[in-house]
Ligand binder design. Structure first.
Ligand code: IMP
Ligand code: MG
Length: 192
């Protein structure tokens, strides 16, 4: 078992990795991610023809997915912006409610495409969509690279879904375990 280090080397992909106290095994190789994202981008190029969408990348986890898809949005007059969810400062913090920060442009009348790394319970994306809607966009669509359907507790409208996965903890391709593993090009899942 080797310590965490990103690599495209096929041999190293076969062995498990260790991040902090946990062991992870290869789950979704980059080639699969790329092909899924290519198909999603093709569909967006078609579906959103004639529109001027604003893609909103939800940091931190979605940065790799956002880069992967946005460079393939070649047929649209598209823009991208990067936002983040921050816990409320102060005594009213409920732990669950997070504020969308870093929004610099007006969303009024725009077609918004939210780029999310993973929808697990759906609480985060539900809360994000509500905050975006408060800015009066024309429409809000959600594209998530990953979905854990069995974990959903919120009814959310997901317009583009990359890969459905079981309820396992995963890391890599932007997703982290306690801040680590975001640099892995493949997605790994925890070995219980
Ligand atoms: P939700 O609010 O339960 O849908 O969780 C969404 C957020 O939790 C994602 O944006 C991720 O940051 C994080 N998350 C959920 N599942 C995983 C996982 O398996 N690995 C790493 N982060 C995860
Ligand atoms: Mg996230």
């Amino acid at each position: 078992m080797k310590l965490i280090f990103p690599s495209t080397n096929k041999d190293s992909q076969m062995s498990n990795i260790k991040i902090l106290d946990k062991e992870f095994e290869l789950f979704i190789p980059y080639e699969k991610i790329r092909s899924v994202v290519e198909k999603m981008a093709d569909k967006m190029n078609e579906d959103l023809a004639g529109k001027n969408p604003l893609f909103l990348c939800i940091l931190n986890g979605s940065f790799m997915f956002a880069a992967e898809i946005f460079k393939r949005i070649t047929l649209l007059d598209a823009e991208i912006s990067f936002v983040k969810l921050a816990s409320y400062a102060g005594t009213q913090s409920s732990g669950e409610i997070k504020e969308l920060i870093g929004l610099n442009e007006s969303l009024e009348g725009r077609t918004i495409i939210v780029l999310e790394d993973i929808v697990d319970t759906g609480i985060t994306i539900d809360n994000t969509i509500k905050q975006i809607i408060a800015h009066n966009p024309a429409e809000v669509q959600v594209a998530t690279l990953l979905l854990k359907p069995d974990a959903l507790v919120k009814e959310v409208k997901l317009d583009y879904i990359g890969i459905e996965i079981p309820n396992d903890f995963i890391v890599g391709y932007g997703l982290d375990y306690d801040g680590r593993g975001r640099n892995l090009i493949d997605i790994f899942k925890v070995v219980e």
